[in-house]
Design a protein around this ligand. Structure first.
Ligand code: NAD
Ligand code: TYD
Length: 339
């Protein structure tokens, strides 16, 4: 089949392209706006493949989407504004891409014979979860502009299934890590700042819990749902690795041989969810298994950043990155609100 991978130049999307080209005979068309997070370097390994094509475009652009979807069998939508801290600083683009963009894709899919429409979502739509695990039927209580916009996109997807019979699928992945992750998310921030012996920022007490999922396992989960999922259904993709941020950061510093004294507690993120945890039993029943043990995957990731300084130094040298970093970290007190 021919798969349109929206957001395929980003962290998880580009890994999904590799997964498809390596594990199937399918063709891939990447459709990506190349925002600050989109990076053609992530796709350079496939540039010569006859089964790969790149189109630059915005999922909120009706005409560009209509053209890109010609001759497509399946759509997998990774395209999103994806970072919670940016959603706190500037929520508007999250609504445009994560909600309106999903609507534009669904409208195009409705007028064409797409056999599968998979929306990549997040466990953050469940909101803060402590001491239990969310399953697919749990209520959605998103608490950040990011998670609220992802929940909005998901609701549209489900509505298009019920109302128009579009064969949709939704995945809710947990916190993902691995090579090529933009250095605004926790793990690559910690690795790259520590490599330069700079302070490593921990929001609040650092006792927040996340469920860490290696990027290759996230991609094989999306692939399993795409091929074997039941239309109209939603599937959690969890790493099964619950760690506090502090524990995780200490492990990374140990792997790098850097001092834990680099850790700097900074004012907390407003509305910071203390915990996430999801139950992946439904996906396991589709035959998905996680391939990578957490310790080994974390080591692989740290090593990738050590070996690929060019990649992340180029990103960190951009004006966009520097402006964001300054805004997010220089005056965190001004972000703090009482809860
Ligand atoms: P990312 O920020 O690295 O990449 C996003 C990609 O989407 C970029 O290539 C960007 O250029 C593209 N994009 C953004 N707006 C676009 C638009 N309007 N039109 C076309 N392309 C656009 O994100 P990621 O971490 O790879 O996440 C991919 C998807 O997975 C997102 O939908 C995210 O919500 C979801 N997700 C991420 C995680 C995680 O931990 N990173 C976990 C669960 C789910
Ligand atoms: P992040 O990677 O932004 O993912 P998400 O907010 O989507 O879970 O953050 C992971 C956790 O790390 C989250 O609890 C916030 C925290 N965090 C820090 O403590 N310091 C940082 O500099 C960043 C970026 C995140």
């Amino acid at each position: 089949m021919r798969i349109l991978v929206c957001g395929g130049a980003g962290f998880i999307g580009s890994s999904f392209v590799r997964h498809i080209l390596d594990h199937s005979a399918d063709e891939v068309v990447v459709f990506d706006k190349l925002t600050y997070a989109g990076n053609l370097d992530n796709l350079s390994a496939f540039a010569e493949s006859p089964r790969y094509r790149f189109i630059r475009g915005d999922i909120a652009d009706v005409e560009a989407v209509r053209v890109a979807m010609q001759g497509i069998d399946a759509v997998v939508n990774f395209a999103a504004e994806s970072h919670v801290d940016r959603s706190i600083l500037n929520p508007g683009s999250f609504i445009t891409t994560d909600v309106y963009g999903a609507y534009v894709l669904l409208e195009a899919a409705r007028s064409m014979s797409v056999t599968r429409f998979l929306q990549v979502s997040t466990d953050e739509v469940y909101g803060e979860v402590i001491g239990e695990s969310s399953h697919e039927g749990s209520p959605l209580r998103p608490r950040s502009p990011y998670s609220a916009s992802k929940a909005g996109g998901e609701h549209l997807v489900q509505a298009y299934h019920v109302t128009y019979g579009i064969p949709t699928l939704v995945t809710r992945g947990s916190n993902t890590f691995g090579p090529h992750q933009y250095p605004e998310k926790l793990i690559p921030v910690v690795i790259t700042e520590a490599l330069d012996d700079r302070p490593v920022p921990i929001y609040g007490d650092g006792l927040q819990i996340r469920d860490w999922l290696f990027v290759d396992d996230h991609c094989s989960g999306v692939d399993a749902v795409l091929r074997r999922g039941t239309p109209g259904e939603t599937y959690n993709i969890g790493g099964g690795n619950l760690h506090t941020n502090l524990e995780l950061v200490e492990r990374i510093l140990d792997l790098l041989g850097k001092s834990r004294a680099l850790i700097q507690h900074v004012p907390d993120r407003p509305g910071h969810d203390r915990g996430y945890s999801i139950d992946s039993a439904k996906l396991l029943r589709l035959g998905w298994t996680r391939d990578r043990a957490f310790d080994e995957a974390l080591e692989t990731t740290v090593k990738w950043y050590v070996d690929n300084e060019d990649w992340w130094r180029r990103v960190k040298a951009t004006q966009d990155y520097q402006t964001y970093f300054e805004r997010n970290y220089s005056d965190r007190e001004s972000l703090t609100v009482s809860r």
